[in-house]
Design a protein around this ligand. Structure first.
Ligand code: AMP
Ligand code: MG
Length: 407
């Protein structure tokens, strides 16, 4: 039996980022840039007003005060999207609006609420400094600046920057296509009738959702019966995918054929038993492929919670690496046990907890019974508390929690 860390190391050593594709800008969200992005021009391209007000030459206001306001003639108007028709002369002001370029000869703006307008003139009752209420040319970016590195994850601000530099399309790392197979004679797929001894297929759909959330593109490979040939055939269908996930049939029971099917496909198996609960039996293998070199395959446990937790620990980081990410792990926080959290088994526990905030602290509370078939304990979970074997964390003590979602 190997540790969780050792298992993940063995997996990550065998996966690498995919090549690139070109996507329309709105589709680039959450993708990883395959190219660096540079500024094509200065932004803003010219000094412009940050307020609705009056553009003026600051020298004209040097003597201005409340007692002796300076009177300037309003000689023009510059709305956003237009440029002044002529330069500003001494003792003149131009009406100006937010975002409009400063007229030549002006170096400051006074907000409209700070002046008194009298006919064609304005009274300015305080001195302005050059640059007041002016956004200088290039304050955001200068032509040639490196704005976004290759490998950067595109979030909303990156989308804004890409639009600013005129990128309708962006080169990003291709999204991994993930084939998902369920195995088991008792497993009935969506739409089927659950007969005696049978159970509904939840793993395929929970795993598809996890894949999508992690940035992959799931492909449903259906349900294989507990027969060597059937599992082998289903896996073979999936060899065009970038990676494969199968669930159940991975233990040592008389009806567990996933490992044997992998062997028949010439796979090299890199791990099997991992020191954790839920989910001890898990296999990771690489199947040789003429077109792709090799296809990584995970044989996940069948119990719905075990499948989801082992996905979190062993598939998600690898999937993210394949999708080009460098931050592979979920955030971990320190939380206080709201009530005792017991891990009675000898294996390291990944226990489902809900999380809440109390002042500056986080509180973790078990979501209830931790059986690996209790999918609803996952529904209630915000995170996985990591508890060493044979350990009870007393109420009020701190522990590590892997955060699975916003709480
Ligand atoms: P196994 O690993 O084949 O021994 O399966 C372990 C448990 O997971 C059994 O109780 C199965 O019925 C259950 N199981 C297997 N596959 C699925 C699935 N696709 N959806 C829900 N439960 C499953
Ligand atoms: Mg089975």
């Amino acid at each position: 039996m190997i540790s969780v860390e050792e298992a993940l190391d063995r997996i990550l050593a065998r996966v690498a980022p995919l090549g690139d594709e070109r996507v329309e800008l709105p589709q680039a969200l959450h993708r990883v840039l395959f190219e660096p992005v540079y500024a094509s021009r200065d932004i803003p391209p010219w000094p412009n007003s940050s307020m609705d007000g009056y553009a003026l030459a600051s020298v004209d206001t040097r003597e201005a005060s409340g007692d002796r306001p300076v009177r300037l003639t309003v000689a023009g108007s510059v709305p956003a999207g237009k440029v002044a028709e002529r330069p500003l002369h001494r003792s003149e002001a131009f009406r100006i609006f937010t975002g409009a370029p400063l007229p030549e000869g002006a170096d400051a703006v006074i907000p409209q609420e700070d002046v008194r307008r009298e006919g064609d003139t304005v009274l300015v009752a305080r001195p302005l400094r050059p640059g007041d209420f002016v956004r200088p040319r290039g304050e955001d970016m200068r032509a040639g600046d490196l704005l976004l590195d290759r490998g950067r994850v595109v979030g909303p601000p990156e989308v804004g920057v890409l639009a600013t530099v005129g990128r309708r399309q962006v080169r990003v790392v291709r999204r991994p296509v993930v084939g998902i197979l369920s195995t088991g004679d008792e497993v009935v797929d969506l739409g089927g009738v659950i007969g005696p001894g049978q159970i509904p297929n939840s793993n395929t759909y929970a795993l598809m959702a996890q894949v999508t959330e992690a940035g992959g593109e799931p492909v449903n490979l259906g349900v294989a019966r507990d027969r060597l040939e059937d599992i082998e055939e289903h896996l073979r269908w999936g060899l065009g995918c970038d990676l494969l996930l199968s669930s159940a049939g991975v233990s040592v029971g008389d009806h567990d054929f996933v490992k044997a099917a992998l062997e028949r496909l010439g796979a090299e198996q890199h791990l099997w038993l991992v020191n954790m609960r839920p989910g001890k039996p898990i296999t990771f293998a690489t199947i040789p492929s003429t077109s792709k070199g090799s296809v990584p395959v995970w044989g996940l446990p069948g119990n719905p919670v075990s499948a989801m937790v082992t996905f979190e620990l062993f598939v998600r980081p690898a999937l993210r690496r394949i999708a080009g990410h460098t931050r592979l792990q979920r955030p971990t926080i320190r939380a206080r046990a709201a009530a005792p959290i017991a891990n009675p088994g000898s294996r390291r526990g990944y226990l489902r907890v809900s999380l809440s905030r109390e002042g500056h602290e986080h509180l973790a509370r078990l979501t209830g019974d931790q059986g690996s078939g209790i999918l609803r304990s996952m529904v209630a979970a915000d995170g996985l508390a990591v508890v060493p074997g044979d350990t009870t964390v007393p109420a009020g003590a701190e522990l590590d929690v892997i955060v699975l979602r916003d709480f």
